[in-house]
Design a protein. Structure first.
Length: 643
């Protein structure tokens, strides 16, 4: 049945932050029953190609190849000159963001920060072979780069594809996402019958790497429409720009037309979620996926659309807004990401910081520079630089750093303090003392005044590698640690979400006695096969695909016969999780994406970022000069230098 044509009032709050005005559209009002939801024939939602606003004039080159992959081979100096020439083209970053050779010298960070030198290694921009264009000017990625026919799919992969396709949700006849789990025996699906933004990422990548872009494009555009919706939780409106955690497609009877139905999209911004957790990661994932869509399909017109550019800016506006915070990291409440229950990850959890950093790097490539966005672009660059410094300097732990913390002086009142966050050495947990390998290290889970959360959180560490939030040496160190601690972090099912588990009093106090998060279960030290694709991506980036292969082989032995569980329990991941959903879509998609990533190293390289020396050169506060009256905290003596 054809859905009725309905128009929706979309009212944006006006804002001039970062110099941009958010459009106010005045379509006729939506009926009360449809408040907070989204119907099929929403006027602002057409999948028009190449809807380019006036703000792009001066950005677009007449030569279409200009916005694609250039043939460049520049050294550092030439690059700086070049970048001045094209300083108006932020999205030029898109062309070389992932293609810097990774022959990075381990001491580069030190050279830039300690010696303050500009002795930057030459940038080598890989030559990217020009791809065939289709009639409509889009790159035909399904023919050349994604050679699906080449390798024979295993029976397990075939089953996984069938299940993934079975989880697809249609809205007004078009695919818009995949639901979280499709276990036919599940009598109480709660919200597992919804499309979660974060869960859809591996599905999207599997489809993209298989040459199927439509569902991803639809997903990006439909969730964009949900973002702009007015939402309230107990009479409070969360900030404009928030992306929902999930949405559901509902079929509802049409008013006054008996027997007729229409599809509506019903988002959940946390107002129904258990614990009312804020989906901070959704917008960050949305930006990351938008960039991946462009990189893999070659269709950059999507990210250049005015409504999409506005969507990016709204998310950034929320993330970059001033608050009371003292750190460049994003301050969030507990459970605001994949771990969406109370787990003591409020404050500045690593996962959010790594996604934030990635989203900023994506935005830097995608935001179109003009007079109204130049302040935003400057804010992005400054934040990237400060965030990267902060995480590398203060979140990193290895044997040397732990030993320094062990000998910390406390109660230092000075801008030169070595123990800046006043960490009491007694906080070093006993498990860590025995556990730490001689080589390798990792980024801790969280940092707050007088508090370091030493737990190892896998997603944050993997995504730090993928986005180059960690230094090249740190990134290597993280993989070394995973390899050394394989039995703890991989064991019978890749990978532990966090290590170690909280138990006894800690479990009682930190989780609030959560019966789902008992030791070695679910978020509290459970094993999540969906993390496999992020591990694979990180391993390929660090040129260690054999590690990924080993993990995939372990997963492949059990996933299908165990019915694709959401997570596994016990210290070594031996049992299917007590409350684990079966046929969990991101388990299935994570497995397929991992396989695809290994098969397509060229495509894979478009999904990660190498070290960016321009960012390292920036001292954002400008107080680092020798004669500066105030000291830049970066130039103040550091207890520990990371390289
Ligand atoms: C659980 C997970 C969350 C996921 C959701 C749907 O709540 O913690 O990360 O998005 O299930 O699969």
């Amino acid at each position: 049945m054809k859905p009725s044509c309905r128009r929706i009032l979309i009212t944006y709050k006006r804002s001039s932050l970062f110099g941009f005005q958010i459009p106010i559209s005045n379509h006729s009002p939506v009926s009360k029953t449809h408040r907070g939801i989204h119907t099929c024939n929403n006027v602002v939602l057409g999948f028009r190609r190449g809807v380019i606003g006036s703000n792009q004039k001066g950005f677009c080159c007449s030569d279409s190849s200009c916005s694609r992959q250039p043939r460049l081979l520049l050294n550092g100096c030439q690059y700086r000159k070049f970048s001045r020439l094209v300083s108006k083209v932020a999205s030029d970053y898109r062309n070389h963001s992932t293609s810097v050779e990774s022959h990075v010298n381990d001491t580069s960070w030190e050279r830039i920060y300690i010696q303050g030198g500009l002795n930057v290694k030459p940038w080598v921009i890989e030559e990217v072979k020009k791809k065939e264009e289709t009639d409509d000017g889009l790159l035909d990625f399904s023919r050349e780069d994604v050679d699906i026919a080449d390798r024979k799919e295993s029976e397990i992969e075939k089953e996984a594809w069938k299940l993934l396709r079975g989880s697809i949700v249609n809205y007004c006849g078009s695919p818009v996402g995949t639901i979280a789990a499709t276990d036919p025996a599940d009598k109480l699906p709660l919200n597992y019958d919804q499309v979660f933004i974060r869960d859809f990422i591996p599905s999207a990548l599997a489809f993209l790497l298989n040459g199927e872009g439509e569902i991803v494009k639809n997903f990006l555009l439909h969730t964009l429409q949900l973002q702009s919706w007015e939402k309230t939780v107990d009479c409070h409106s969360p900030g404009q720009g928030l992306m929902p955690a999930s949405f559901k497609v509902r079929s509802v009877p049409l008013d006054g037309r008996p027997g007729e139905f229409e599809d509506i999209l019903d988002p959940d911004f946390g107002e129904s979620a258990i614990g009312r957790v804020a989906p901070v990661d959704s917008g960050l994932w949305w930006i990351i996926l938008l960039r991946a869509y462009g990189k893999i399909t070659g269709d950059y017109t999507l990210q250049e659309r005015v409504d999409v550019q506005t969507g990016i800016r709204l998310i950034l506006k929320l993330c970059l807004a001033d608050g009371f915070d003292m750190f460049p990291t994003l301050l969030v409440t507990d459970g605001s990401c994949m771990i969406d229950r109370r787990m003591g990850i409020h404050g500045h959890p690593l996962e959010i910081q790594a996604l934030f950093y990635s989203a900023l790097r994506c935005s830097r490539e995608m935001v179109i520079v003009n007079d109204s966005t130049k302040d935003l672009v400057a804010a992005i660059n400054n934040r990237l630089s400060a965030l990267c410094f902060h995480i590398r300097e203060y979140y990193w732990v290895d044997m040397k750093k732990i030993n320094e913390i062990y000998r910390y002086q406390t109660e230092e009142y000075s801008t030169d303090a070595i123990n800046k966050f006043n960490i009491y050495p007694e906080q070093i947990p006993s498990w860590l003392v025995d556990w730490f390998p001689e080589s390798g290290g990792y980024l801790i889970g969280n940092l707050q005044p007088a508090h370091m959360d030493f737990r190892f959180f896998t997603l944050g560490n993997l995504w730090a590698i993928v986005s180059s939030l960690g230094s090249p040496k740190q990134n290597d160190g993280i993989l070394n640690l995973i390899e050394e601690k394989w039995d703890d972090l991989v064991a019978n099912m890749p990978l532990k979400i966090s290590y170690p588990a909280l138990d006894n009093e800690e479990w009682r106090i930190i989780t609030g006695s959560d019966p789902k998060n008992t030791p070695w279960s679910y978020h509290n030290g459970g094993s999540w096969p969906t993390l496999l694709w992020q591990f694979t991506l990180a391993c390929i980036k660090m040129k260690r695909p054999e590690l990924a292969r080993k993990a995939i082989d372990i997963a492949e032995m059990r996933l299908s016969s165990d019915k694709w569980p959401e997570y596994y329990d016990t210290r070594y991941g031996r049992f299917i999780g007590k409350q684990s959903r079966l046929y969990q879509t991101w388990t299935i998609a994570g497995f397929l994406t991992s396989k695809k990533l290994l098969e397509n190293p060229d495509m894979t390289s478009r999904l990660f970022w190498e070290e960016d020396y321009q960012l390292l050169e920036n001292c954002v506060c400008g107080l680092g000069g020798k004669n500066g009256r105030k000291k830049c905290s970066r130039s103040a003596p550091q207890s520990h230098r990371v390289v």
